[in-house]
Ligand binder design. Structure first.
Ligand code: ADP
Length: 407
């Protein structure tokens, strides 16, 4: 059966999963951190075996070499030879307006990825470096790019356009792009399966709540709006990101604090959000603990986070003229009983009859509403790696090859 390598390359990290398709069984997975920073750590697991190796890994190519050796290791390896890997799927953060679906990597696509760098200067270069390293070491297999932005390309113009001079959109591509698309696509598809209804007739609101958070309105399987914008800074309050703020605060702060715009933007990205509001941590677990002990700022941070999310839910229910289900996913959505209940309480008027008894779980698929509730709520653990592997299977032509073999 075909084996697909699903990859997420960051600037100093590389996460991967070796997935057997179409059984979708994860054969091995790992993460390499501190690439190029000295004392790199490669954490690898296969079934119950867990291995951690610390050594200097100078760059992404060395990291790919390391992982390819690990997956073939005599003791811990999941495969015997690299020939067993039939395709590689790569997460790419920004595909601009050029990509509304995952694509097979070609020289032309690589040129277009370079053209998207100005839209995601922190993420795309790392994604490109990762793809190039894999292409060099696995040159004879297809490589597929899967974009965070692609799913949201179905948004209508009235949603994605900002009320700024129109030529900025035409000249510079300034518009809402949205992110976490692979996750929103995965959980909304799964919701339709759980509900046993065609995705094409469902109105869904997907809440991806992690360190970065975004909400998406998905009507008939198509994203029609999402809370992140031109960059992943927009939308709801996040771990360290501010979410939506009045743009005029930026020059005001530059003046008051005598900082450059980059310095203020760094504050928006790294020193705001739950971290700034609580004054404690960007990690919700720490904030929940402090709030339970009566810490006022921690309680305020939770209130603001929940309020912003509820505002988007209300807005999206209006935009879709109704909603069939609300989905919670990612670190907070899958694990925080408290946040889920604060969001879902008092939504009876919307047809959401929340069942608190179902809410006491973490990281598992679960319906959170009574069986009779007209509008449903679910926890659906996300799986971006699997979505990447599925796209890689269908786009690389392996799936077709398999069907031909089976015929
Ligand atoms: P990323 O956006 O980095 O992928 P994750 O999806 O891993 O983030 O989400 C991280 C967030 O999930 C953190 O704020 C963390 O506190 C929160 N989280 C994880 N487990 C729990 C838990 N048991 N209770 C509350 N929050 C949790």
């Amino acid at each position: 059966m075909p084996i697909v390598l699903s990859v997420n390359s960051g600037s100093s990290s590389l996460k991967y999963q070796l997935i057997d398709m179409p059984s979708e069984h994860v054969m091995a997975k790992g993460v390499i951190e501190r690439i190029g920073l000295g004392d790199s750590i490669h954490t690898y697991s296969m079934n119950d075996i867990k291995v951690e190796v610390t050594e200097d890994i100078a760059n992404h190519e060395a990291a790919v070499g390391h992982l390819l050796k690990m997956v073939q290791h005599d003791k811990y390896g999941a495969i015997q030879s690299l020939d067993e890997i039939q395709a590689v799927g790569h997460r790419v953060v920004h595909g601009g307006e050029r990509f509304s679906n995952s694509v097979l990597m070609t020289d032309e696509v690589m040129n277009q990825l370079h053209a998207c760098i100005e839209l995601a200067p922190l993420h795309n270069p790392a994604n490109i470096t990762g793809i190039q390293a894999f292409q060099k070491l696995l040159p004879s297999v297809p490589h597929v790019a899967v974009f965070d932005t692609a799913f949201h390309q179905s948004m209508p113009k009235k949603t994605y356009l900002y009320s700024l001079p129109y030529e900025y959109y035409e000249k510079f591509g300034i518009r809402k792009y949205g992110f976490h698309g692979t996750s929103h696509r995965f959980v909304t598809k799964r919701a339709a399966q759980i509900m046993d209804r065609p995705l094409e007739e469902l109105k869904l609101i997907s809440c991806h709540l992690g360190n970065g958070s975004s909400i998406a309105a998905v009507h008939g399987g198509q994203s029609i709006d999402t809370s992140m914008g031109f960059t992943p800074l927009a939308g709801v309050t996040m771990g360290t990101r501010s979410g939506d703020v009045d743009s005029a605060i930026l020059p005001f702060l530059m003046d008051k604090l005598d900082l450059s715009e980059k310095e203020v933007l760094d504050i928006y990205n790294q020193k705001s959000g739950l971290l700034a509001l609580s004054g404690i941590s960007s990690d919700l677990r720490d904030i929940e603990e402090a709030a339970q002990q009566g810490n006022e700022r921690a309680n305020l941070a939770i209130d603001i986070f929940v309020e912003r999310i509820r505002n988007y839910i209300g807005s999206y229910a209006v935009q879709m003229n109704g909603v069939d289900a609300i989905i919670f996913t990612a670190g907070i959505g899958e694990n925080s009983q408290w946040i889920r209940s604060l969001i879902l309480e008092k939504l009876d008027w919307m047809g959401i009859h929340f069942d608190p008894q179902q809410n006491g779980v973490r990281g598992v698929e679960r319906e959170l509403t009574y069986a009779t509730s007209p509008v449903k709520a679910f926890i659906i653990p996300t799986n971006e790696e699997l979505m990447i592997a599925r796209d890689t299977m269908s786009i690389s032509g392996i799936e077709e090859g398999m069907e031909l073999c089976l015929r």
